[in-house]
Design a protein around this ligand. Structure first.
Ligand SMILES: CC(C)(COP(=O)(O)OP(=O)(O)OC[C@H]1O[C@@H](n2cnc3c(N)ncnc32)[C@H](O)[C@@H]1OP(=O)(O)O)[C@@H](O)C(=O)NCCC(=O)NCCS
Length: 148
């Protein structure tokens, strides 16, 4: 609830945020618990955000996609950058089949692009109308980090 009810966070998310505790519980049961790599970002043991790596399958299995959200109360303190760096330093060990970690960011989400740059990701280019945000296809910037 801390970040999925936060309009500043939701405007960059592909789907709508949560309106109720029941929505949150359903999301935890349906998405978080079955997810292969999903973590809370905690400050003094309190969850203030999340970070995940989503797998691809078949011949795309060498790729994973990183995603993260932080409650806007905690923005601008370097927390997302630190979390992304922590994931980048462990995910290639956790998932030895991975050769490439991708970050897919809306062109107007400059803060998130900056996070990936600070964590060592390389900006590869803009992909037009690449994914849906609130049902509308948007242009994204593709970032990647390759196995060291
Ligand atoms: C993106 C997000 C995770 C960043 O979290 P954070 O903890 O504030 O990130 P950090 O403090 O590590 O770094 C943010 C950087 O972006 C910069 N930044 C933020 N907004 C910016 C803007 N509008 N223009 C330019 N730079 C911006 C900050 O100055 C900082 O860079 P700096 O250290 O060089 O000054 C957070 O804003 C968020 O949860 N946004 C909503 C969800 C989202 O966009 N998730 C990612 C989807 S791809």
């Amino acid at each position: 609830m801390e970040w999925f009810t936060d309009d500043n966070v939701n405007k960059f998310c592909s789907s709508d945020g949560f309106l109720s505790k029941e929505d949150s519980m359903r999301y935890i049961a349906d998405v978080v618990i079955p997810h292969p790599w999903y973590r809370a970002i905690c400050l003094n043991d309190k969850p203030i955000g999340s970070i995940s790596v989503s797998p691809f399958h078949g011949s795309d299995i060498c790729r994973g996609e990183i995603g993260y959200d932080i409650s806007s109360k905690y923005w601008g303190k370097g927390i997302a950058t630190k979390a992304v760096k922590m994931v980048a330093s462990t995910i290639f060990v956790d998932w030895p089949h991975l050769a490439r970690l991708e970050g897919v960011v809306a062109v107007d989400n400059v803060g998130s692009q900056r996070v990936l740059e600070k964590a060592g990701f390389v900006k590869e280019g803009v992909l037009r109308k690449y994914y849906l945000v609130k049902g509308k296809p948007i242009d994204i910037v593709m970032f990647s980090l390759l196995i060291y």
